[in-house]
Structures are given as structure tokens and as C-alpha cells.
Design a protein around this ligand. Structure first.
Ligand SMILES: [Zn+2]
Length: 260
């Protein structure tokens, strides 16, 4: 269960410079808010209060994160953010910021993310994900929750990181009091994003969004290669689309949390 680390909120200095964008990115408009503070600098258990868990999704070939020890359910190909930790108020609405340096249209970005959310919805009787709104002024607020489940592009200052999801909630204490209250998802602009079913040289937005939204509803990463076909497997690469559709372990984990 504890394959992730809970952390207390600590203010982190914002980097005052932009890292270089990929060549293709330089040809289009610059991001408005691409400078991202690293979200996993401090890990402190905070059993009494509000928790933050940071999931870092690495490109294939990068080292397993130090906190990824593997839960006991991992060989069954599902694991949880924390015991009894899930959304208690449904549906979960979300905010999409389509701003990106690749010239991807608002329609493409929102459609990819919507399909990712609906893939989870399709396998549970719960109305898990609701509607989304578009907001070009979203921000990566990994220091404190702001009541909005935001998905946006930005430059995360660590090599090999494809995406980062921060989940906020109450993860300890009485089971009845445990709940997720917010997630925020960042797609790292170190990679070129798009539709890998059309161009295998891009990082597939729908593919990664499906994985990250899995964290948003309470599922943990899997690092056992037995589970490499699952949406919640912890690595991805350019051209990958297999995480767009849930596998047996993903569905089992989903249905334990939200019903079949
Ligand atoms: Zn992950």
C-alpha cells in the first residue's frame, strides 16, 4: 500500500528561468506559465491533517523512484494510493488548460483528456468523472489545494519525467474520514505531445492522461513487469497508446473503490 509518500505542504522557491523547450516547441507560441516548482522535494508524514502525494511518471529506462517499493497487491496488478482512500463526492469535475507549445488545438487536448476520463467511467457503475471546463489561466499549485482538479502542460525541472500528478486529501485516521479532495496533473513539456496513433514519435496525451487520472481517483503505480500491460504501470515512452484502455488489474482496482 505504501508505495507512495505523503508529504506536508512546504513552500518551494519558483525557478526564475525557463528550461529550453524542444525544437518543435520553439516554433510556436511560448507557454504562459511553464515554470514549475519541483513538487517532491520534501516528504513528511502528516497523520492528522491534509496530505499530499506526488506521483512522478518516468520515461522507460529511468530508475524506479525510491518510494516505489511495491505494494502487496502489485502482482495482482492493482494497488491503491492508501487504504480506503477515494473520492467520496461524485462526480469529479475537472479543468483543462489547453495551452501548449506544440500547436495542439483546444479540441484535440480536451478530447484526449475527456476520453481518458471516460475510460475510467466506462468500467464502473459510479458516475466518477463529470464535466470539464476550459481555463487558459490554470496554474500548477502544488503547494496548496485550490479546489480545482487541473490538467495542464508545463516544464517540470527533472529529467525523464513525463507527467506529475499531485493528489490532495485525508489519507489516515478513521476510514470514514479518509478521502481525496483534489488532484492536479502536469504534462511535462520536455516531451513532444500529440496523438501517437497518428505519429509514433510523440508522447500520447490520451495514453498518459488515462494513467494520471488513475492516480487522481486513488490508484497507485505498478512497477512489477508482470503488470507492464496495465494502464497503471509506472513507465511509458514515445509512441505508447496501450494505457488508453484499462486492463484487468486497473478495472479490479477501480471497482474495489467505486463499484462494478
Ligand atoms: Zn504513475
Amino acid at each position: 500500500m505504501i508505495a507512495v509518500i505523503a508529504v506536508i505542504v512546504l513552500p518551494i522557491a519558483i525557478a526564475a528561468f525557463l528550461l529550453p523547450l524542444p525544437e518543435q516547441a520553439k516554433q510556436s507560441k511560448a507557454l504562459k506559465a511553464p515554470v514549475i516548482s519541483k513538487a517532491n522535494d520534501h516528504f513528511v508524514l502528516n497523520p492528522a491533517g491534509l496530505q499530499k502525494i506526488v506521483f512522478i511518471h518516468y520515461k522507460k529506462g529511468y530508475a524506479k523512484p525510491p518510494w516505489a517499493n511495491g505494494g502487496k497487491k502489485e502482482t495482482q496488478c492493482y494497488d491503491f494510493l492508501g487504504k480506503w482512500v477515494k473520492w467520496k463526492e461524485l462526480p469529479v469535475n475537472y479543468v483543462i488548460d489547453p495551452d501548449n507549445p506544440y500547436g495542439l488545438s483546444e479540441e484535440f487536448v480536451s478530447d484526449a483528456i475527456y476520453k481518458a476520463a471516460e475510460e475510467w467511467d466506462a468500467h464502473t457503475s459510479a458516475e466518477l468523472f463529470g464535466s470539464y471546463t476550459i481555463d487558459y489561466e490554470s496554474s500548477w499549485d502544488s503547494d496548496a489545494p485550490d479546489g480545482r482538479n487541473e490538467l495542464l502542460f508545463g516544464d517540470y525541472p527533472e529529467e525523464g519525467v513525463i507527467a506529475v500528478t499531485v493528489v490532495w486529501g485525508y489519507f489516515y485516521g478513521k476510514p470514514s474520514e479518509r478521502k481525496i479532495i483534489e488532484f492536479d496533473i502536469l504534462f511535462d513539456t520536455d516531451f513532444v505531445w500529440g496523438d501517437a496513433s497518428v505519429d509514433p514519435n510523440v508522447m500520447d496525451l490520451q495514453n498518459i492522461a488515462t494513467h494520471e487520472l488513475g492516480h487522481g481517483i486513488g490508484l497507485d503505480d505498478l512497477y512489477d513487469t508482470v503488470c507492464s500491460e496495465e494502464t497503471m504501470y509506472g513507465y511509458s515512452d514515445y509512441g505508447e497508446t496501450k494505457k488508453r484502455t484499462l486492463e484487468a488489474g486497473d478495472i479490479t482496482g477501480l471497482q474495489i473503490l467505486y463499484g462494478g
